[in-house]
Design a binder for this molecule. Structure first.
Ligand code: NAP
Length: 281
């Protein structure tokens, strides 16, 4: 029996209300993708994360319409792939995303990875224009390092509301998180349950036992309790409610510290796709 989530809290970033919990959809395809999106929305998820590279925007749109939830009540993020960062290409790619989603705008449009081959000023200029033209309500970036975030903010004439990057207890992202915070940029954590690797972790399981929660729930709670948006992915409808039941308990100071101490040097799971400044600090 799936339990409905009553309300998912949201954070405010430069005028964007971003629900703290979203559904990640990387690697979800076809019927599975449409079904999981539909069920997530029926359960109360109000934020879906996709990308042109995931090749599933059509199915995300189908799931959204099948759910019966009003389009305006769902926060949809998509991302432009770096090979489309030349200004004319970016605008065309953004329009293609909207066609596949069958939507007149997205809530958040991100640059998926930095692309050092194309001047950032041109790409950011094109991203701002796409927003001004009404294709995206908000814009932001993904996988941007501290120096790149600073540069992007300097170049942008429109607010950049988020940086989406790998973030979970096994990876210390404190410097990047602090840099985002200083600039009012929301942190959206991808791979927030370390691609499922949190299961079986002794510290997370032990803390979970005290709260009658799973290791995955403790991990997601650790992030949302710091106002970090989480977008866990699952292909299994039965796991949707587990990943959403993170707003009915809280972690103590020492529990938060024990989880933060799980970070390790080899904790990164996602390889950098495009070369460029590798200074994640
Ligand atoms: N911007 C970027 O460059 C970027 C990069 C990576 C990811 N992302 C986004 O972030 C989303 C999430 O990241 P991710 O997909 O890499 O990893 P993730 O959400 O950390 O983990 C997904 C994996 O965990 C398993 N899982 C889900 N719920 C679970 C639970 N309650 N207990 C145990 N295992 C569970 C899933 O398997 P089952 O399907 O079997 O449940 C899947 O194998 C992506 O889907 C995508 O939308 C963005």
């Amino acid at each position: 029996m799936q339990e409905n989530i009553t309300t998912v809290p949201a954070i405010d970033a430069k005028g964007a209300r971003i629900p703290l919990l979203g559904l990640g959809t990387w690697d979800l395809r076809g019927r599975t993708c449409a079904r999981v999106v539909e069920q997530a929305l029926r359960l109360g998820y109000r934020h879906i994360d996709t990308a042109e590279m995931y090749d599933n925007e059509r199915e995300v749109g189908e799931g959204l319409r099948a759910s019966g939830v009003k389009r305006n009540d769902v926060f949809v993020t998509t991302k432009i792939w770096p090979s489309h960062f030349a200004p004319r290409e970016l605008e065309r790619a953004a329009r293609d995303c909207l066609v596949r989603l069958r939507s007149s705008e997205v809530d958040l449009l991100l640059l998926h990875w930095p692309n050092p081959q194309i001047p950032l000023a041109e790409t950011i200029g094109a991203l701002c224009k796409v927003k001004r033209d009404g294709l995206a309500r908000h814009i932001g970036v993904s996988n941007f390092t501290v120096p790149l975030i600073d540069e992007a903010l300097r170049l942008s004439s429109e607010p950049l509301v988020c940086n989406q990057f790998e973030c979970h207890p096994f990876l210390d992202q404190s410097k990047l998180i602090a840099a985002c915070r200083e600039n009012g940029v929301a942190v959206v954590a991808y791979s927030p349950i370390a691609k499922g690797r949190v299961r079986g972790d002794e510290t997370l399981t032990g803390i979970g036992a005290a709260h009658k929660k799973t290791a995955g729930q403790v991990c997601l709670r650790f992030l949302v309790q710091q106002d970090i948006v989480v977008i866990p992915r699952t292909s299994k409808v039965e796991r949707l409610s587990e990943n959403a039941a993170i707003f009915d308990f809280s972690l103590g100071k020492s529990e938060m510290a024990s989880i933060a101490a799980l970070a390790r040097r080899d904790g990164r799971l996602v390889n950098v796709v495009f070369s460029g400044p590798q200074d994640w600090d």
